[in-house]
Design a protein around this ligand. Structure first.
Ligand code: XMP
Length: 319
């Protein structure tokens, strides 16, 4: 891609100019944005960059292994795998308000980064994969608490508190441009085509109180849903798909017994940039087959619904 080739060169030049010979840490989430930012910055400044992958216990099935293998083994990047699930999940115990969840997680991210920034030996820059829509969504809703829709933990606040300067090489790009840049940088298609995954992870797909038990159920159901989408060749047509575990149990029958288990909602949307979205029009066959699989394969769920809300008025995530 001609445009992205030029963008890449210019971005690398600007990163070198900004950073000089300082050390940079980059929070790697495994998402496309932070992955592309990390590879771009690594290309610009090599081992002056250390990536920190925080496993907050709110990741999807198999996710930590995939990310660590990819960046440490394939890209040979200095990578700290911070296993901090106890820290995050203990702090989230009893928390059900979505904004409190985000703030709790955002604050702990700062603590964990600060710890590792010190270990890296005086990093003075923090790299983030902030995109243009993150910037404008935050700005347009930042008129005060009453109009704050959601606090994006990767926009604003964080580095000032840490005493770090920001490197945000994707700040002017939309998602499709970030993907084009990732391709330009040689990231595998399996990574580039990945659906977005929010920083607070499964915390905002588990409305109400989060427990390890609920997270385990949610992980299994989500994996089955995504497997179905892949098997039917629909993954690339969909912007984002996931399961939300609802904080309600419902009655069901199984064999000649009565069950009383969780209900879940499948969510799949099409979108260009995440700012607006339409629900994906699955066939009835697909929906029925997937519901049956989730109920048969995931212990703890006995009812499956499909969320047909568009954005607006809904958001993509449930919290
Ligand atoms: P919503 O739910 O606001 O989401 O329609 C739009 C896009 O942003 C993602 N999202 C987040 N990403 N931290 C993130 O890094 C967050 O707190 C957050 N909240 C939503 C969401 O997954 C979707 O792609």
């Amino acid at each position: 891609d001609w445009t992205m080739g030029a963008y890449r060169e210019e971005a690398i030049r600007l990163i070198r100019e900004q950073v000089g010979d300082a050390k940079v840490i980059c929070g790697l989430s495994g998402g496309v944005d932070s992955s592309v930012a990390a590879v771009l910055i690594h290309e610009a400044i090599g081992d002056q960059l250390t990536c920190v992958f925080v496993d907050h216990g709110l990741l999807r099935e198999g996710e930590a292994e995939q990310v660590v293998t990819m960046f440490r083994d394939h890209y040979n990047m200095p990578l700290v795998h911070a296993q901090e699930d106890d820290l995050f999940l203990d702090a989230l115990e009893g928390v059900s308000d979505p904004e409190v969840k985000r703030k709790t997680i955002g604050k702990l991210f700062i603590d964990v980064f600060q710890k590792h920034a010190a270990e890296v030996g005086g990093a003075t820059f923090l790299a983030q994969g902030t995109l243009y829509p993150d910037v404008i969504e935050s700005v347009s809703f930042s008129g005060g608490p009453s109009v704050t829709i959601k606090s994006h933990h990767n926009v604003g606040g964080l580095p000032e508190k840490m005493g770090l300067k920001l490197v945000e090489p994707l700040r002017e790009l939309f998602k499709d441009e970030v993907r084009a840049l990732g391709r330009e940088l040689g990231l595998p298609d399996s990574f580039i085509g990945r659906h977005p995954f929010p920083g607070p992870g499964l915390a905002i797909r588990c409305p109400g109180e989060i427990t390890r038990e609920k997270l385990a159920i949610l992980r299994r159901a989500d994996a089955v849903f995504i497997d179905q989408i892949r098997k039917h060749g629909l993954y690339d047509e969909i912007w984002q798909a996931f399961v939300a575990l609802l904080p309600v149990r419902t009655v069901g029958v199984m064999g000649d017994g009565r069950t009383y288990d969780y209900a879940c909602a499948m969510r799949a949307v099409t979108s260009v940039d995440g700012m607006t979205a339409d629900y994906y029009p699955f066939t009835h066959e697909f929906l029925g087959e997937t519901a049956t699989r989730i109920i048969n394969e995931v212990r703890g769920i006995n009812r499956v619904t499909y969320d047909v809300t568009s954005k607006p008025p809904g958001t993509i995530e449930w919290e």
